[in-house]
Design a protein around this ligand. Structure first.
Ligand code: SAH
Length: 396
């Protein structure tokens, strides 16, 4: 890694304070890693030794998903960028040191095209106007690019010409989707969408498997570190072949599908987001796997039902959102008592809370905790924890 580059870039972002995204930017990258290591040790060190955090070789431009809010100021100038932290005031940004460079360029080009197509931007206060956000997702391995235009209203008269104009500049764009979001909400994407060009999704590859990703499906934003993270999760699972594996909070099925490729005998996935579940079902087929099923359900309900039906998995992967898991989930997990639990967490605070619950109410021991830096320059840190239960200690 080039230290000069780190030195020059650190703290040099002009909107560092206003954006609030890269909270650790004032620290050098090695200092950031130390900071995150200490944070994880403070929160989780009482469970077991924390392995040294795995950082990135090149901790820049790693975000494969970039979104920008659009706004027209009093002088009639169109601005695209991020909301100032804690507000809905748009801070103009043309490029960002953690975002994919091509995605940033596409967003600027969309902004420059708007006037010639008489496309207005949405004003949240007046609840008038057309374009609210632009989202770009890029497949790291495949190079496929999805452009999503989030509009307040469905009618888009110049859509074909607009798609033609943006694709003429960026032939890398493989699909364009209009997402219609008329609601006063903090959610970026709306409930309705219409495919303007291409297939309406992109594909990417991770750990030797291929995945389809729809606009609303969750997909890890740092592909280089995702391979590291999933590699650790699979290593911790210790699959030998023929195990029954649950992949809970499975998104588009990534972890379960990679586990199946590593010999798991049977995989069952559970996920709340219907679009992600549809992707997961296609993804199992894309990878030639027949031993996987996916359910669209709350993970806690799924676990309770599985426990009631006396399902006895060997390995449970769990990868909940920042809020962590639920007591319903953890109690059902304790009932089913798989030999191995691999908990992938993007929030060490809720991970600590959930591990506390399990230590109190079950026979699980925390064997390993591996932090992975998925989000350089931000305060966020990902961890994989390995839990195993003592032999013959099925608690019920
Ligand atoms: N394992 C996947 C997704 C992890 S992100 C991956 O690595 O890509 C967490 C996922 O949990 C998201 O897909 C989100 O839609 C889903 N989710 C959130 N709350 C849930 C719940 N209560 N039950 C099931 N899934 C949930």
């Amino acid at each position: 890694m080039s230290n000069t580059k780190l030195h020059i870039q650190n703290g040099s972002c002009p909107v560092y304070k206003k954006c609030g995204g890269c909270q650790l930017q004032n620290l050098s990258y090695p200092e950031q890693l130390k900071f995150k290591q200490r944070k994880v040790e403070k929160l989780l060190g009482r469970f077991c030794r924390v392995e040294p955090i795995i950082g990135m070789e090149e901790p820049y431009h790693y975000r494969n998903k970039v979104q920008a809010a659009f706004y027209t100021n009093r002088q009639g100038k169109i601005i695209s960028g991020v909301y100032q932290s804690g507000t809905h005031h748009v801070v103009g940004i043309d490029s960002c040191m953690i975002e994919d460079r091509l995605a940033d360029k596409i967003i600027v080009a969309v902004r420059k095209l708007l006037p010639s197509f008489k496309m207005t931007t949405y004003n949240e206060d007046a609840r008038k106007g057309f374009l609210r956000h632009v989202l770009v997702k890029r497949g790291f391995a495949t190079g496929q690019v999805m452009l999503v235009l989030v509009t307040a209203t469905p009618v888009f008269p110049s859509k074909n010409n607009f798609v033609g104009a943006i694709r003429a500049q960026f032939p890398q764009i493989t699909t364009v989707v209009q997402s219609i979001n008329p609601h006063a909400t903090n959610l970026v994407l709306g409930d309705r969408q219409s495919v303007l060009y291409g297939k309406g999704y992109i594909e990417d590859e991770l750990c030797g498997c291929r995945f389809r990703i729809s606009p609303k499906s969750f997909y890890q934003i740092n592909p280089v570190q995702t391979e590291v993270l999933y590699g650790k999760a699979i290593e911790f699972a210790g699959l030998r072949g023929s195990e029954t594996v649950l992949d809970t909070y499975c998104g588009i099925g990534t972890i379960g599908i990679i586990a199946a490729k590593h010999g798991a005998g049977r995989v069952i996935g559970a996920e709340l987001n219907g679009d992600a579940v549809r992707d997961a079902i296609v993804n199992a087929k894309l990878n030639g796997l027949k031993n996987i099923r996916f359910y669209k359900t709350d993970a806690g309900d799924f676990m309770r039902e599985a426990a009631r039906e006396s399902e006895r998995p060997d390995v449970v992967f769990m990868d909940p959102p920042r809020a962590g898991s639920s007591e319903v989930f953890l109690d059902a997990l304790t009932l089913m008592s798989p030999k191995t639990v691999v908990y992938v967490s993007c929030n060490p605070e809720t991970l600590a809370r959930d591990l506390d619950h399990l230590c109190k109410h079950s026979a699980y021991k925390i064997k390993k905790i591996q932090p992975v830096d998925m989000f350089p320059h931000t305060q966020h840190v990902e961890c994989v924890a390995l839990l195993t239960r003592d032999k013959n200690s099925r608690k019920s």
